[in-house]
Write a protein that binds this ligand. Structure first.
Ligand SMILES: Nc1ncnc2c1ncn2[C@@H]1O[C@H](COP(=O)(O)OP(=O)(O)OP(=O)(O)O)[C@@H](O)[C@H]1O
Length: 348
């Protein structure tokens, strides 16, 4: 079955960005190295990579804060690499930005921070009132309108940051490490808010992060960057279930326990007899109960010693390491049946 056609909102083709070397005569530094990327209207697309991978530079090319060295960047049907000044202003008005350090006017009130982009966009004062009030309700800060930003918590500041980004009704939101300065609970709240922005307002979100948990929680699709290149991209569920590139595997490993480390296995062996096998649950259709029933039918005792099941965009997957004990032949028979349901590997 072919996927339904969705219009791309952002399309990068063969994009290269070089910065001049630090000293004269130094070779140019390629921060973005031949990137092809397509963000569909209505989705949450994540770019993940370690520090220096080129994520921030890539995002700055999308809103044309930096010119590309070569390649094309098309946003909402317009090639931004050739836009004159007026076109750039229109482009940026259609793109909301959310930053790691919030970039708010700290000494001004929440209201003042939200009024600013509206004034710049030429929205009359009486219309600003209505819009700001809607925005504050949407982000859950209706009672903070007249508080100074400096009095707010980090999570509240980021809510203001998101409200400000939404003020001029953009089609696209660029979020650069929007939750990296926040604690885990606050991160969850802010990610929930971004998911609502996407779902309820229909705004496309391109976010960059170095945390796979952010991807797991809200991204529909993801691109993994290393050394300026996209090394792997696809649906978030597919990348979690079957990462190919070593960098992707490392990122997925931060969220999903893969195999217990050798010292963990050694410690587990002191407490558990029998064979250790790892079961890889990769599809929603495979129910754990069916797998466990196979062991029970063959009178094989099992104990879960490591791993866990995660959920990504409604699909469950994960790895469970079991200690199996029972008659050797019975264990073999049970594993033969289990192999028809899930992939299993011996844990040495
Ligand atoms: N204005 C600039 N001049 C020179 N080099 C730059 C400039 N901006 C970025 N770079 C270099 O380009 C590379 C990619 O940087 P970039 O900030 O895009 O990476 P990143 O993946 O966003 O990492 P981080 O999360 O640390 O910001 C780095 O080697 C960086 O030093």
């Amino acid at each position: 079955m072919s996927e339904p056609q969705v219009d791309p909102l952002v399309e990068l083709r063969g994009v290269v960005k070089e910065f001049p070397g630090a000293r004269r005569g130094d070779p140019a530094h390629r921060a973005v190295d031949g990137v092809d990327l397509r963000v569909d209207a209505g989705e949450i697309f994540a770019i993940i990579g370690y520090s220096g991978a080129g994520k921030s530079t890539l995002v700055r090319l999308v809103n044309a804060l930096e010119p590309v060295t070569s390649g094309s960047v098309v946003v909402d049907g317009v090639d931004v690499t050739t836009l004159p000044e007026k076109g750039l202003r229109d482009l940026r008005r259609g793109i909301g930005m959310v930053f790691q350090q919030f970039n708010l006017m700290e000494s001004r009130t929440v209201w003042g921070n939200l009024a600013f982009p509206l004034t710049v966009a030429g929205v009359a004062r009486r219309d600003q009132q209505q819009r700001i009030s809607e925005l504050l309700h949407f982000v859950g800060l209706a009672d903070k309108a007249h508080a100074r930003v400096s009095e707010l918590s980090g999570g509240q500041k980021q809510r203001v940051g998101i409200a400000r980004a939404l003020a001029t009704e953009p089609r696209l939101l660029l979020a650069d490490e929007a939750t990296s300065a926040l604690d885990p609970d606050t991160t969850r709240d802010v990610l929930d808010l971004l998911a609502r922005v996407n779902r309820e307002l229909g705004i496309t979100i391109l976010l960059i992060t170095h945390e796979m948990d952010v991807v797991r929680r809200i991204a529909h699709r993801v691109a993994v960057m290393e050394d300026g290149k996209v090394v792997e991209q696809g649906r978030a569920v597919d990348l979690f279930a079957d990462p190919q590139h070593p960098v992707t595997k490392r990122f997925v490993g931060t969220v999903v326990d893969d195999l217990p480390a050798p010292d963990v296995v050694a410690a587990l062996r002191e407490r558990h007899d029998g064979r250790f096998v790892r079961l890889a649950f990769r599809q929603q259709e495979v129910r754990q109960s069916e797998v466990f029933a196979a062991f029970l039918r063959h009178e094989v005792a099992f104990e879960l010693v490591y791993g866990g099941i995660e959920e990504v965009q409604g699909t469950t997957f994960g790895n469970l390491t079991l200690a199996l004990s029972g008659d050797t032949a019975a264990v073999e028979r049970a594993l033969a049946e289990v192999a028809a349901l899930v992939e299993w590997t011996e844990v040495a």
